[in-house]
Design a protein around this ligand. Sequence first.
Ligand code: GLY
Length: 374
Amino acid sequence: MEIVIIGAGVIGLATAWRAAAGGARVTLVDPEPASGASSVAAGMLTPVSEVTYGEEPLLRLGLASRDRYGAFVAELEELTGLETGYRTDGILQVAFDSDDLKYLDDLRRFQETLGIPAEALTGRECRRLEPMLAPGVRGGLHAPEDGSVDPRRLTAALLSAAGRTGVRLVRRRATGIAVANDAATGARLDDGTVIPADRILLAAGSWSGDLEGLPPGTVPPVRPVKGQVIRLRTRTPFLGRATRGLVRGSSVYLVPRTDGEIVLGATQEELGFDMRVTAGGLWELLRDARELLPGITELEFAEVSAGLRPGSPDNAPVMGPSALPGLVVGTGHFRNGILLTPVSADILSAMLLGGSVPGVAVPFSPDRFSAEVH
Ligand code: GLY
């Protein structure tokens, strides 16, 4: 079985590793592996804290992925000797004013109807967990089973694992899909060559709709949603766990790493393929973060970056066989790409190797958009 995977972000890398481990010959095509949204992401593993009304199938997928994370990173770290920064110290959501607290209360009730326990905390209890929180923080929710991972370390480990498992990396841009007899037969590269394949996975994130040669109805409907992120550094303990805040209705989060990095994110902007970091975006992040954690202004500045999350029309992943035989789609992971990596890699590698679509993946099939794709 010859498999070509277009896109070496976190989903393409993890699927390549799993498919190669399953016995396929895998070629991964990307001019700059692990450089897109995966390298900007903060890495919160929080199906519970980010759950939204009407997204129950996504919640189930997120929970399935979170439950696989420990074993996934243990296998990866053992194979490569590289650490991923995986942490399971819970996630705290805090509210700045009474309207924000009302939103968290509604969220907790919704989580309860889904059978997911969420611990409601007073402001004082939040500060007991995180002493740097502002005295005015009104209350919060604790999701003890959530956690975080360092996406840059994770993708470095996946790149190493893929190499050790025999995945061939081609550092070129895929420009199209070669089609013969109404089936995908290979990936066309920017130098005109075609890599033949029995099956192709399209995992190019926001760029997944850009390939030539895709028949109508096959192009995954993804759009880029920009997120700006600030990386800070601290030498003294500042934050014990990933903390998300609602500040006058707008959301901000901070994800600490054991090496002193703190990732502060993220804006959500619908501006097409615009990768600029803007003064306004950074100002909003710092303004809201300072309301929750006034000491943030003392931290050392390290980096700013912007990434493009691949969003689908319903903001859920697009995973499964496409209308073109031989072409499987694995994109649209939007705000959840890092969280959904283990389960997506299992689902997509099984599909590429000829397995059936597991039940948890059925709601994310590309054909759910068949009435609206172009
Ligand atoms: N999951 C966090 C974000 O997309 O900003």
